[in-house]
Each structure stands twice: as structure tokens, then as C-alpha cells.
Design a protein. Structure first.
Length: 273
């Protein structure tokens, strides 16, 4: 574990302790937002382990595990826009599934946590979903657009990159994604008690971070997995550029905790609201 991680974990634990003191409901929900490759999953897992060390029952739910099935996304690509075949943007998740998990946990009972098999590009069978025991006190919800707000319609007119200009020239895809973000996703995000932002130094570093993830994948390949080329990575992250840039511009002013990262993902500063 990087020496920087314990410092970030302690900052999140302070937020968790504050939420546990402020709210009677359980579990308290801690959202972690961060661009691709920023270390969300690593941090969330470290927080889960620290919760265990402090006697707190906890679980982690990734927005990535709420993806629609492959068949459902293929249907969207035919019926709404071809770009929706690529998982990740708002509208490609089963938000009702995430809300159902929260409802089950808040009822005090056990809950099955969805899992998505990225090697198969499809949801894992329910028999493989881990079960959270009754009495969960802390749920960490992590994802690249957790807590994001939609844009005004007027802000969607001009494309932000070649993908939007060439493959969404009329703006139909980005308007649909924006509408989805402004609807069911806000209902999910409203359930969070604290919002934490891992703030990248800029969108430009995201491609390098994502490329590092791919190199790690190449060194430890999962069965059936495919490593992306640099060109494929660039096209992939272009799907997320608009919302990521908006998050980096406006979320620091409202997140409960902002961890500003340098290009090596080390925390430059940790700011509490």
C-alpha cells in the first residue's frame, strides 16, 4: 500500500465517524467520486478494511457493478444511439438495482451486492454476488461520476472532443446521457450522506492513468480479458470527458471532502468543507 493511502483513509474515516454521529439511519452512505485510474477502488477497499479494524460493519458498492447487461446496452445502442454500446456513461447503469440494494441494507437485512464481469462485458450471475450480512453500518459507493450534476441544455451544444463532433454531431447522445444523469442518478446520489472527491490535476492525466491500468491488466490478465491499445484508451475515455471536466470544475466547491491528487496520485492537499 502506498504511504499516501493511510493519510487518505484517515480523512475518510473522519467523515464516516461524523456521519455516524449525525445520522440515525444505517448504513451511512459515503460516496467517492474520481476519474478513471484515480484510485477509487483501492481507497474504498482500504476504508472497508479500516472499518473492520474499528469494529464497523461495512461494504463497498461500485457504480461499475451496476452496469446494464450486455443485451440491454446493445438494445440501447440500436434504439437510442450507437455510442451507448460502450458501458460507463449515465444511462448504462441499472440505477434501480442500486436503490434496491440501499433499501435492503437500510431495512437492516442481508443484501446481495451486484457484480459485473468486465472480461465478459456482462453482469455476473446472481449466484456469484457476495452477501452483506444484516446490520451494515457503512456503505462506500464509488464511481467515476458519483455525485455528478447534469449540465444545462445550452451547455451541450458544442462538442468537447472528436468523439462528440464525429459520432454525435447532432448532440443526441450527449443530451440523452445528460437527461439520464439528471433523473434516476440524482435519486441514487441523494441517498449519500457524504461526498468525497479524488480530484485529478486535470483531464489530460486521465489517459495516462487509464493506460497504466491497462499495463497492469496485461501483466496479470484475467481469463477472457482484452488489453486496450493507446488509441482504444483515448476513444474510451473520450466518452467520459465532458462530465469529468464538469466534475473537476464544480464539485470541489460542494464536496464534503476534496483530496487533490498530483500526477502520481499522491495527495497534494486534503480539504474539508
Amino acid at each position: 500500500m502506498s504511504k499516501a493511502v493511510p493519510r487518505m483513509v484517515e480523512a475518510l474515516m473522519a467523515e464516516i465517524r461524523g456521519a455516524l454521529s449525525a445520522f440515525r439511519h444505517r448504513p451511512v452512505v459515503i460516496g467517492i467520486c474520481g476519474a478513471q485510474g484515480s484510485g477509487k477502488s483501492t481507497l474504498a477497499e482500504a476504508v472497508r478494511r479500516q472499518c473492520g479494524a474499528e469494529g464497523l460493519a461495512s461494504a463497498v458498492l461500485s457504480l461499475d457493478d451496476l452496469y446494464l447487461t450486455h443485451a440491454e446496452r446493445q438494445a440501447l445502442s440500436r434504439e437510442v444511439h450507437p455510442l451507448l454500446a460502450t458501458r460507463g456513461v449515465p444511462g448504462t447503469h441499472d440505477i434501480k438495482l442500486g436503490l434496491d440494494v440501499l433499501d435492503a441494507l437500510e431495512s437492516g437485512g442481508p443484501a446481495a451486492l451486484p457484480r459485473f464481469d468486465k472480461a465478459r462485458d456482462d453482469r455476473a450471475p446472481e449466484r456469484n454476488w457476495p452477501i452483506v450480512a444484516p446490520g451494515c453500518e457503512v456503505l462506500v459507493l464509488e464511481g467515476w461520476c458519483v455525485g455528478a450534476f447534469p449540465q444545462r441544455t445550452s451547455e451541450l451544444t458544442d462538442p468537447v472532443n472528436a468523439l462528440e463532433a464525429e459520432e454525435d454531431p447532432d448532440g443526441r447522445w450527449r443530451r440523452w446521457v445528460n437527461d439520464m444523469l439528471g433523473d434516476s442518478y440524482q435519486r441514487l446520489f441523494a441517498r449519500m450522506d457524504r461526498l468525497v472527491l479524488l480530484a485529478a490535476p486535470g483531464f489530460e492525466v486521465v489517459q495516462r492513468w487509464r493506460a497504466e491500468q491497462e499495463r497492469d491488466l496485461a501483466g496479470h490478465p484475467a481469463p477472457g480479458s482484452k488489453v486496450m491499445t493507446e488509441a482504444e484508451i483515448a476513444r474510451f475515455i473520450a466518452h467520459y470527458e465532458r462530465i469529468t471536466r464538469l466534475i473537476l470544475a464544480e464539485m470541489p466547491a460542494r464536496a464534503d471532502l476534496v483530496i487533490r491528487l498530483d500526477e502520481a496520485r499522491r495527495p497534494l492537499e486534503i480539504l474539508r468543507r
